[in-house]
Design a protein around this ligand. Structure first.
Ligand SMILES: Nc1ncnc2c1ncn2[C@@H]1O[C@H](COP(=O)(O)OP(=O)(O)O)[C@@H](O)[C@H]1O
Ligand SMILES: [Mg+2]
Length: 272
């Protein structure tokens, strides 16, 4: 279904994603974990063609994704909808219109200019919001909603594209635990009920364990773990994060990065 081979992205001398290879043979929910800077976002961006790969191959359902251009590239971007940590909604626009913007790719410029949406799209947007439990907020401005509700609006906008894959880049990193749970449950349900593949970069280990069928661990641009949540032991996790013996399973990637930086500075400062 999805084949990734030796996918690489270099920024100057820095290799952000280093010969990443894996295959997925059925729609599943995949979590990508690793420290800040491990290459998680760059991987998702290459997959959705927001960033061009330096080398390697990525194919979906037998089609070479990296070779697509023009209309075919835009169709692919619509097939793999992206969700971001900061929701990327239009704050002053109402929720329903934000969701309808998920159909922009296939509407005429003139219709877009006058914010004209076909009636059936409006009904579909409301149905999707209803499915995510936020239909009653449809007329409100996006900025009036809580973070968890806004992220569900972003998921609704993604679903408007009827994507085969949902790519989520740290979708719950800005949310409190309650809202984080609602958003992860929504993604899980969309995967199970619709059979869509979900690939989510996650900043905590326990979220990946709890919601994903498969976890990929990245370190310095490389895949250092690829397995089930059960195989993801504390020892393995410590290795993925390059953390010390005091590694805590509840820690976030950001905390681990800060901690590692502090320990590193401390050890350099210590007399030899
Ligand atoms: N646009 C860019 N230009 C230069 N370097 C970048 C760019 N985007 C990411 N990087 C670098 O690539 C590496 C991986 O970054 P990223 O994919 O954002 O990691 P993660 O999402 O795991 O935190 C980092 O070293 C980062 O500094
Ligand atoms: Mg990132």
């Amino acid at each position: 279904m999805l084949v990734v081979e030796e996918l690489t992205k270099r920024f100057g001398a820095n290799t952000a994603v280093d010969a990443v290879s894996f295959t997925v043979d059925q729609p599943m929910m995949i979590g990508i974990i690793g420290r800040s800077g491990a290459g998680k976002s760059t991987f998702l961006r290459m997959m959705n063609r927001l960033t061009e790969a330096s080398s390697g191959m990525l194919a979906f359902e037998g089609r070479d994704v990296l070779g697509l251009s023009g209309r075919a590239r835009r169709a692919w971007q619509s097939d793999c909808a992206m969700i971001f940590q900061q929701f990327n909604l239009v704050p002053r626009m109402d929720v329903v219109s934000n969701v309808l913007h998920g159909t922009l790719g296939r509407r005429s410029t003139l219709a877009t200019l006058f914010n004209l949406f076909p009636r059936e799209d409006i009904h579909r947007a409301i149905d999707i919001l209803d499915r995510l439990g936020i239909a009653e907020h449809g007329p409100k401005r996006a900025e009036a909603l809580s973070g968890g509700q806004q992220q569900r609006v972003a998921i609704a906008r993604a679903l408007m594209q009827d994507p085969k894959i949902i790519l989520a880049d740290e979708p719950i990193a800005s949310l409190d635990p309650m809202n984080a749970q609602t958003v992860m449950e929504a993604l899980r349900r969309i995967h199970e009920e619709d059979g869509r593949m979900v690939i989510a970069n996650l900043h905590t280990l326990d979220t990946a364990r709890r919601y994903c069928d498969r976890v990929i661990g990245m370190r310095d641009g490389r895949i250092v773990f690829d397995g089930t949540p059960e195989q993801l032991t504390t020892g393995v996790a410590r290795d993925i994060y390059g953390a010390g013996a005091d590694f805590s399973e509840e820690a976030t990637s950001t905390e681990i990065r800060d901690h590692a930086a502090r320990t590193h500075t401390a050890s350099m400062a210590a007399p030899a």
